[in-house]
Design a protein around this ligand. Structure first.
Ligand code: IMP
Ligand code: MG
Length: 170
């Protein structure tokens, strides 16, 4: 199998900077305090780049979940660790790496809503257009078709996460 580049580092960073501006303009008249939730492990690099590019007060939470084995969603979400502080009344932005079937995000959103945040928005680096997941995603970095991605935090059985670009195996 050969590793091909889909989006290089410069393209990803440029897109993240413009996402940060879109996010700022949405929140501008609403609040200056944003609570960003990083979905581990895949979102680590996207989250880090994004929050540094957002010119607002940003606090962080981390959720660690997994559902994949190889390149297939198992459909069973395993929660390995959950947020450890209240998000009640906060403006919450969930930061996801990829939305594919949408199972992972639906599960997380259902639970987060129960804590009564003031507002709950979603940003994803990549949205796959293979499934009609029905989740209204507020901010999207890149839309792609049915490709299994690695790099920039994304793995294939825990490998390739530290590649500084988004690639795929062919
Ligand atoms: P979903 O539950 O099918 O929407 O998948 C979401 C999660 O699966 C993401 O948070 C990723 O961590 C992982 N995932 C989905 N597609 C890919 C991919 O192409 N490469 C690596 N991980 C992926
Ligand atoms: Mg993920």
């Amino acid at each position: 199998m050969e590793l091909k580049t889909l989006f290089d580092e410069k393209t990803i960073r440029g897109r993240i900077r413009s996402l940060a501006k879109e996010i700022e303009s949405y929140y501008k008249r609403r609040t200056n305090n944003l609570h960003a939730v990083c979905i581990l492990k895949g979102s680590i690099h996207f989250f880090s780049e994004l929050v540094m590019a957002i010119d607002m007060d940003v606090t962080y939470s981390f959720i660690h979940v997994s559902s994949y084995a190889g390149t297939e969603s198992t459909g069973r979400i395993r929660v390995k660790s959950w947020i450890d502080e209240s998000i009640e009344g906060k403006h919450v932005l969930v930061v996801e790496d990829v939305i594919d079937t949408g199972h992972t995000l639906k599960y997380i959103l259902n639970y987060l809503r129960r804590y009564r945040p003031a507002d709950l928005k979603i940003v994803t680096l990549v949205e796959k257009k293979k499934h009609d997941h029905g989740i209204p995603v507020d901010f999207v970095g890149f839309e792609i078709g049915d490709v299994f991605l690695v790099g920039y935090g994304l793995d294939y059985n825990e490998k390739y996460r530290n590649l500084p670009y988004l690639g795929y195996l062919e």
